[in-house]
Design a protein. Structure first.
Length: 386
């Protein structure tokens, strides 16, 4: 083989080796890029699935952590005034329905009650005296009527005698008897007026008498006032904001402490407006209370807010105030949704104002509901640390 041929063969071998090395290098680079591509694809798919789940869950299984435990707040307010002689509770004490909370000095009200009882008795006596006066006046009237009747009869007889025999009866006698009749008529008229006056003064008979009714009303009010010197718990619940002690002067209408009802407690959750489309009363709810990490409580939708307050425009003579959005997307409007507890497992830990998370299930959406249940339980365990 000549020298030129050997050179050509060597060059061909060199080119072949170079091509093989380039191919191997490309294969190595492709093998190195595959994990990055796979990871990118995985992240993209995960984000798409997360977005789809977010959209579906927002309408079929909405969740929110903007929720608070709420209940009825009742100021414990006396209806009577006086010095507090006994306080039977302490701040933040749990009480039952009918438990005695405090007592106001009843001395003045006991005296008022005895006075009202005496006034009722006096009223009865006055009515009785009035009735007796009426009876005596009626008796006098009957007597006067009888006298008038007799005098009329005597006058008639005298006139008949005078008409038959004028000498047997003088005119003076006739005039005297006529004057007696007129006097009797005047007395009967006067007694009629006295009877009516006595009846008006006495009023109705028995329990319908105005004096009796007024005295009984005063007695009833005195009994109520005496009973109001003791303040009781209106239902099961708790006492808070207690800042008084024995000797404090309680004024009518001024709260002495705060009572939080424990019998009717609910969760008010604020859901985004676009989460309400499938929501309906009675939907199942799972509730997470921050006070009880790791536990899930059952509830149901009770009411769905129908409207909320919005800032009004400018007052007359002023310009409108327009709030500019700070981002590309406007903030979602939220509406209140009332959720009732459907079991008693949370009784005793439902603190007014406590934070809560709620997960609502609007129907039989298997996958969305499963993911929602997983999410609320995950949040329940995370609440141990935040």
């Amino acid at each position: 083989m000549t020298t030129d041929q050997e050179k050509e063969v060597t060059e061909e071998q060199t080119e072949t080796e170079t091509e093989q090395q380039a191919t191997e290098t490309q294969d190595d680079e492709s093998s190195k890029q595959d994990p990055v591509r796979r990871t990118t694809l995985f992240v993209f798919i995960f984000c798409m699935l997360l977005f789809v789940w977010y959209v579906a869950a927002d309408r079929h299984a909405p969740w929110t952590d903007q929720a608070r435990v709420q209940g009825f707040i009742i100021p414990v307010t006396p209806k009577v005034s006086g010095n507090v002689i006994k306080v039977n509770v302490v701040a933040d004490q749990v009480v039952g329905k009918g438990d005695l909370l405090l007592e106001i000095d009843p001395a003045d009200y006991e005296i008022a009650l005895r006075r009202a009882e005496s006034n009722l008795e006096l009223a009865g006596q006055d009515v009785g005296a009035g009735s007796a006066n009426i009876d005596s006046t009626i008796a006098l009237l009957s007597e006067a009527k009888a006298t008038l009747k007799k005098k009329l009869s005597d006058l008639e007889r005298a006139q008949n005698i005078y008409n038959k025999d004028p000498g047997a009866m003088s005119e003076a006698e006739i005039d005297r008897r006529q004057a007696g009749v007129e006097e009797s008529k005047s007395k009967v008229t006067s007694l009629h007026a006295e009877v009516e006056k006595a009846k008006q003064q006495a009023g109705s008979e028995g329990e319908d008498n105005a004096k009796i009714r007024d005295a009984r009303a005063a007695l009833k009010q005195a009994q109520i006032n005496l009973a109001e010197t003791k303040l009781y718990a209106p239902s099961d619940g708790g006492i808070t904001n207690l800042t008084i002690d024995e000797g404090y002067y309680a004024n009518t209408g001024t709260p002495l402490m705060t009572f939080i009802s424990g019998t009717d407690v609910w969760v008010k959750a604020y859901l985004r407006e676009n989460s309400l489309s499938n929501l309906k009363i009675g939907d199942e709810v799972e509730i997470l209370l921050d006070v009880a990490p790791g536990k899930i409580f059952k509830g149901e939708v009770s009411t769905i807010g129908y409207g909320i307050s919005q800032p009004s425009g400018g007052a007359a003579g002023e310009l409108e105030t327009v709030k500019a959005d700070s981002g590309w997307l406007r903030d979602a409007q939220r509406f209140p949704v009332i959720i009732k507890f459907s079991d008693d497992s949370s009784r005793g830990i439902r603190r007014h104002g406590g934070q809560a998370d709620v997960q609502i299930y609007t129907g039989d959406h298997f996958i969305v509901n499963i993911l929602g249940r997983i999410w609320i339980r995950l949040m329940s365990y995370l609440s141990y640390v935040y």
